[in-house]
Ligand binder design. Structure first.
Ligand code: GAL
Length: 415
């Protein structure tokens, strides 16, 4: 068969329509940490899309939620001159990588992005006046996931305040159900802790974790945050040390545990297990945070290949695909997030997705739309890391809240 005929046959089979031989040869190495059931399904959409466009997808998946292991792998690759084509980097870290002079601009793939992204997020995708990152979706972090049958069994309603929360947790405990499923990894500890900070009000959260205001960090209210976290901890099981987040989600899915504090990537696990919101599980804002929205926006950055300062055709196609409406919809349906691109229809989304979208719009307009510290959106790596150490140390010891607050105030000064 002639080349043209081969391409025609491939096109008819739904593969490689109108690609050039050069494109067909380009291999895209993509580093990410999306390895749970729901996560792999979501990133699989991108892989299929790129393969259809004629590129070879070289998956560089590094297991371990929230990316700690992936970041170590990435540094090793870049230092040894083997930077991947794209890597999952988000928040202020985008700027930190751009400052190293190793990224390529992707402006030509992003001609319609400004009009289609919330300004707060559009800004994060830039470095030095250029687009250097492509955003996937918006995850809301301040959720609790409940097993509906467990709540029904003990006759409990979804709690909206901490006293109500502890009453529900006590009922679950009395019924022999582990009240809170958790994984004792630093980022999971920080996710819970920032939820409790947010429950003090979005202003308190902003002053403490975005502005790093020393008065707020050392306040009596912050001592109370640590006290609440300590109390929630008593409802977790001893086996939580090192447990992956998706295994904790599985405990809620199969009814071993009543609830989990986790961003809505957890919904990807429920969906992957064919569970329905409202029937099998309930998503609800963390007590006291119904009007607030901690956001976590995943993105890919693109690395210089073989010393070239310009993006390759494959990198540009990858960026363009990530922001395309069809991809934005399907990715989030699997991932548990909502599209970051404005104007994508929410019709196919479930009640949790629709609620996330409605709450996001309200929070953007009326205040309370804040970057998640635990998910790399609020502070540079060094500061976030120092705060994480304080919280994890507290949660894995018998340290008192007052001395944790002193350590926190000191950690917040880390540059
Ligand atoms: C977050 C990431 C999410 C999800 C989660 C658990 O940091 O933004 O997309 O993957 O980690 O792995």
């Amino acid at each position: 068969m002639k080349f043209r005929a081969i391409m025609g046959a491939l096109c008819a089979a739904g593969l490689m329509c109108g690609v050039t031989a050069a494109q067909a040869a380009e291999s895209l190495e993509v580093l990410h940490w999306w390895t749970s059931g729901g996560e792999s399904k979501a990133v699989g959409v991108l892989k299929d899309d790129m393969t259809k466009q004629g590129y070879t997808w070289k998956d560089f998946a590094v297991a371990g939620g929230a990316g700690a292991a992936a970041m170590t792998a990435l540094k090793t690759q870049v230092i040894s001159g083997n930077a991947p084509s794209a890597a999952q980097i988000k928040g202020p870290l985008i700027q930190e990588w751009a400052d190293q002079g190793v990224l390529v601009p992707i402006d030509s793939a992003a001609t319609d992005w400004k009009a289609n992204l919330p300004p707060q997020i559009d800004k994060i995708m830039h470095a030095g006046g250029h687009y250097v990152a492509a955003p996937f979706s918006v995850h809301r972090v301040n959720w609790v996931w409940y097993n509906k049958a467990a709540l029904d069994k003990v006759g409990a309603k979804v709690p909206t305040t901490w006293p109500e929360f502890f009453a529900v947790a006590d009922k679950l405990k009395a019924a022999g159900i582990q009240p809170v499923a958790a994984g004792g990894q630093p980022w999971q500890d920080l996710t819970l802790w920032e939820d409790v900070v947010l429950s003090q009000g979005a202003d308190f959260y902003k002053k403490a974790l975005v502005d790093l205001d020393q008065k707020t960090l050392t306040s009596q209210q912050m001592v109370g945050v640590f006290d609440t976290v300590r109390k929630i901890e008593t409802y977790m099981d001893n086996g939580r040390t090192g447990r992956d987040w998706n295994l904790a989600t599985a405990m809620v899915i199969n009814g071993k545990a009543g609830m989990q504090f986790m961003g809505d990537w957890a919904k990807g696990e429920f969906a992957n297990a064919n569970k329905q919101p409202g029937t099998d599980y309930i998503c609800a804002a963390v007590p006291g945070t119904a009007k607030s929205y901690t956001f976590n926006v995943d993105s890919f950055v693109f690395f210089q290949q073989k010393g070239q300062k310009e993006a390759t055709p494959g990198q540009l196609a990858l960026a363009k695909t990530i922001m395309s409406p069809a991809f934005q919809e399907q990715f989030s349906l699997y991932k548990g997030s909502i599209p970051v691109r404005l104007g994508v229809s929410m019709d196919k989304f479930d009640s949790c997705g629709k609620q996330s979208y409605a709450d996001e719009q309200t929070a953007i307009k009326s205040g309370g739309y804040e970057p998640s510290l635990a998910h790399g959106m609020a502070q540079p790596d060094a500061t976030a890391g120092a705060i994480t150490d304080v919280v994890t140390k507290f949660m894995n010891s018998t340290q008192d809240s007052k001395s944790a607050v002193e350590a926190l105030a000191k950690a917040a000064k880390t540059k």
